[in-house]
Design a protein around this ligand. Structure first.
Ligand SMILES: Nc1nc2c(ncn2[C@@H]2O[C@H](COP(=O)(O)OP(=O)(O)OP(=O)(O)O)[C@@H](O)[C@H]2O)c(=O)[nH]1
Length: 602
């Protein structure tokens, strides 16, 4: 009989509304526990992707092991998971929570409870976790921790006597937070002698070692050389190594019950390792798998096309590899007359789309064009069939359509009372219907709306921020399908319809959108040697028009025949510019034209 003491392990996630300071607090914990020496501290240590550091946001959860010498004289093993705050990545949060017994719920002392604070608190409560509330940014003069404490009790129904006041910036209160974690978060339970039962909470692809899986062990243990079985994928493999992140990968002899760490699978097939799957022994299996995760459902679809058609297979390969790390990604092949071969890719939201596109471009060195985002429409045809349409090109001829239904969301917006009028106006402009409004405290009101997803994915969020001076926060969930009067808006360049510029839109908005789009494209498409008319059309009917005037562009004219190296530089710059263009018929169209719809004011 092996024995293993789990009483000194604490597994917890750090959750919060975006920008409330999760990553900063995680950094502080790493330095206070000397997991990372002060001289090696770069900010946002757990945000390992370039995009995360540049944008200052967390996209992927990251699990790191920290050893903490507590006031009671004992040393504790903390497995800390930093999670994303943006609504697009909620599924990442629920994945992390499934691996933990506790959650530190961070609330910004200047902002109070916001929309994702509510949804993250609910996720943690539904997962039956011990919650440690932390009120952050108390160093700021505008902090009002007592009011925020009251909001945590009133709005979230979480006892806030235990709430710890901290500053991720100065480090104040972080020691108290670590002590609170020791006391309030339960240690894991489980049986080291039972057959292995471990949850795959994340995975990534490594060129040399194959797929590496992050796991949380619920029963049993894993050592190098073990023969394991993936229950859902029905795949066996030999463990090539185990280790923990501190945050650099550190090999260990064994991962035991209650612990979090990584397993090197050696598998080169990205499909074999599924996040949410249960690992068990190949010969000694656990009777039933863990519940796993609810599959993330894509909300938004766009076409992704390689600028250079030769990159089509590389794009497929890159999507396969990204999928290991981001299982929410789904795609099917798509062909466009204008852009050639590509894929229709499903995303959790627009931020997710931007992030994936950027990762494909940077990590896989691909030049890509993304087309207008679309949602998943249900089209009921006159012949009685129903088809799912995710791309404007797939919309049947109007005569064959009986009716169309579109996905609706139930959105919740929390803002100070003085902005309720502005928020309602915005919702009306986006075909939203206010269902109810509750005064949470004197400082905040929560409003609920039913709103089409298609309206939310365009400019809703930016508009909300600007009309409420950044004070409103938004959260939403899918609520069902509703019928709507939708049409396909086509764009013609120099008389030719460009399929990649088409868009499905509500009939009442088609005229304004067509005008806006034609004007916007006129600014984006550079002057060519001939005049380029841009037209917006529904079916055969032209409803808007603008024109790009002709101009002869001689880049060398400015050089007065002088400096040869300057001339060469200019020509190279022009060549680089061309690389980012796509020739549609005889017209050179820059990449951003295909996403122009996102920038149109209607
Ligand atoms: N003054 C002050 N600023 C803080 C504190 N904690 C975080 N910040 C700042 O708040 C901003 C957001 O902090 P992050 O740690 O990136 O927030 P986050 O919650 O991890 O954000 P996401 O990962 O994008 O959800 C950064 O500019 C931090 O420097 C604090 O205690 N005091």
């Amino acid at each position: 009989m092996t024995t293993f003491d789990t009483s000194h392990i604490r597994n917890f996630s750090i959750v919060a509304h975006i920008d409330h300071g999760k990553s900063t607090i995680s950094d502080r914990i790493l330095s206070l526990t000397r997991t990372v020496e002060e001289r090696d501290m770069a900010s946002q240590l757990l945000d390992t992707m370039d995009i995360e550091r540049e944008r200052g946001i967390t996209i992927k959860s990251n699990a790191v092991r920290v050893m903490y010498d507590a006031d009671d004289g004992e040393t504790y093993q903390f497995n800390l998971i930093d999670t994303p705050g943006h609504v697009d990545f909620t599924y990442e949060v629920s994945r992390s929570l499934a691996a933990c017994e506790g959650a530190v719920l961070v609330v910004d002392a200047t902002q109070g409870v916001e929309a994702q604070t509510v949804s993250n608190a609910n996720l943690a409560m539904n997962a039956n976790l011990d919650i440690v509330p932390a009120i952050n940014k108390i160093d700021l003069p505008s902090a009002h921790p007592d009011e925020v404490r009251a909001e945590i009790e009133d709005e979230l129904a979480i006892p806030a006597d235990d709430a710890v006041c901290v500053s991720g910036k100065t480090g104040e209160g972080i020691h108290d937070l670590l002590e609170a974690i020791v006391v309030l978060v339960s240690p894991p339970t489980g049986d080291i002698n039972a057959p292995l039962k471990a949850l795959i909470l994340d995975s990534y692809f490594d060129e040399y070692r194959g797929v590496v899986a992050m796991v949380r062990i619920f029963d049993g243990s894993i050592t190098k050389g073990d023969e394991l079985h993936m229950m859902q994928a029905n795949y066996d493999f030999l463990v090539d190594g185990v280790g923990v992140k501190r945050p650099a990968e550190t090999p260990v002899d064994e991962l035991s019950v209650g612990e979090v760490g990584f397993v090197v699978t050696g598998l080169k097939d990205p499909e074999a390792v599924r996040v949410g799957d249960t690992l068990t022994g190949a010969s000694r299996r656990c009777p039933a798998p863990l519940p796993g995760y609810r599959e993330a459902k894509p909300m938004v679809y766009t076409g992704l096309f390689p600028i250079d058609n030769k990159d089509y297979e590389n794009l497929r390969d890159a999507l396969d590899k990204l999928h290991v790390n981001d299982p929410s990604l789904v795609w099917t092949p798509e062909t466009s007359a204008a852009l050639g071969f590509g894929f229709r890719v499903g995303f959790l939201g627009l931020l997710h789309m931007e992030v994936v596109k950027e990762r494909l471009e940077r990590e896989f060195d691909l030049g890509l064009i993304a087309t207008s985002p679309s949602v998943d429409y249900h089209v009921f045809k006159t012949d009685g069939d129903m088809i799912a349409v995710r791309s404007p090109q797939d919309l049947p001829e109007p005569v064959n359509i009986e009716h169309i239904e579109e996905p609706f969301l139930r959105a919740s917006i929390i803002c100070p009372p003085e902005f309720t009028g502005a928020v309602m106006q915005l919702a009306i402009e986006h075909r939203g219907i206010t269902t109810d409004m509750v005064h949470l405290t004197e400082r905040s009101v929560e409003m609920h709306f039913d709103i089409p997803l298609a309206e939310l994915i365009l400019d809703f969020f930016d508009q909300l921020k600007s009309r409420t001076k950044g004070y409103a926060s938004l959260d939403y969930e899918f609520s069902g399908y509703r019928e709507a009067d939708l049409v396909r808006l086509d764009i013609l360049l120099a008389g030719d319809e460009v399929d990649a510029l088409s868009f499905i839109v509500h009939r009442d908005k088609a005229y304004a959108l067509a005008r806006g789009l034609c004007d916007r494209l006129k600014e984006i498409i550079p002057r060519q040697l001939f005049e380029v008319p841009i037209q917006g059309a529904i079916g055969n009917k032209i409803i808007a028009r603008s024109t790009v005037k002709a101009r002869r562009k001689d880049v060398l004219a400015k050089c007065y025949g002088g400096d040869i190296s300057r001339k060469r530089k200019l020509l190279e710059k022009q060549k680089e510019g061309k690389r980012r263009m796509k020739a549609i018929g005889s017209v050179e169209v820059p990449q951003e034209a295909f996403l122009a719809i996102l920038k149109v004011d209607d």
